[in-house]
Design a protein around this ligand. Sequence first.
Ligand code: ZN
Length: 373
Amino acid sequence: MARRPRRLKNKHPQLQERMEKLLNSPLHELASELKQLTKFKHEQIIEYVSKLLERLPEEFDRRFYFDAWMIQSIVQSWSNDLTPNSRMIIPTHYNEWGYEPPSILTNPTVNTSFAVSFIHIPSEVTEIPSLLDYPWLCHELGHHLFSMPKHKQMLFDKFHSHVEELISKLKIMSISDHGLAKIRSQATIDEINTKWRDSKWVEELAIDVIALWTCGPAYLAAFQDEHEQVEDPFIIELTHPPVELRTYALLHAARKLGWHKYLKELEQIQKDWYRRVPSSIGNQYRLLHNHELVTQCVDAALAYCKSSRIPRLKLEDLNKMRLNLQRENDFSEGIELIVAAWLVYHENEECYDDWEEQTFNKLADEIMRNSVK
Ligand SMILES: [Zn+2]
């Protein structure tokens, strides 16, 4: 019992020192909030803050400034009264894209609630980020949206009623079943419930739709690049829908959003996959590959994007971006940069590498200049 207060007492000045340093970094807003928190000198708070500080970088390179700016810019453009502070989402380098749900501090004694989440961004040997992969940042930020109960509710309330409808239809159809037939129809109902209600499938499919809604063909290209060489597109697990099914849903959403022109390759890939569903899982796979559920899931995701007022990229926006690129205008928004990168690569591939390097260097310098206080 005697050790704990002593340790905290020793820890506190170190924390202050670290936070002072952070106040002059791209994480200065987070630092000032943490500083406020530690004024309480409450054991739980000090533990939380010191654990969090261990995760934060001590040095900030241009890539960090750039990634932090991209996150803030995207979240701000999606912003509405349901979106929390984007400065509490920290980029961190990992081997693949990912989202770490908020580590939450709630302390009723000092009436505080605080949450910080991390986005995993693949770090390259080179400092220049691969902008063609950045549509995945929108996907990961989609996970951030659904980490909030209000957003989840907006998506699931609509979709779950469709699953329930289908399940009651199946129940009525199986009413006169007996013996083996009864067991089979119950297994069908359980399978649909597990994958389409209780797993992460709906969230993943909806997040693909959000990324598509917000960066259009740039997400389609990044998605194709990530998945076209996948060995087994039929893996049925709870964390993600099978890649084939994900592609099928994404294509359906892309047609609804008017991106037909950019779908040929991905459509061919998905069709070829679907022809090759292994016979060992054929029945289960086709049962889960329910067109009605996919359509309703995509519709629920599109309705979510609309009602949460996430800006939608439209075909005509590409013309504006082409013009901006010709005029060599600066980029003021992360989404614009992501789509412009795809546009340059798609229409002028041989110029891409130089364009990416120059654009990143210019923008990163500007971001760093602007954040110096
Ligand atoms: Zn995901």
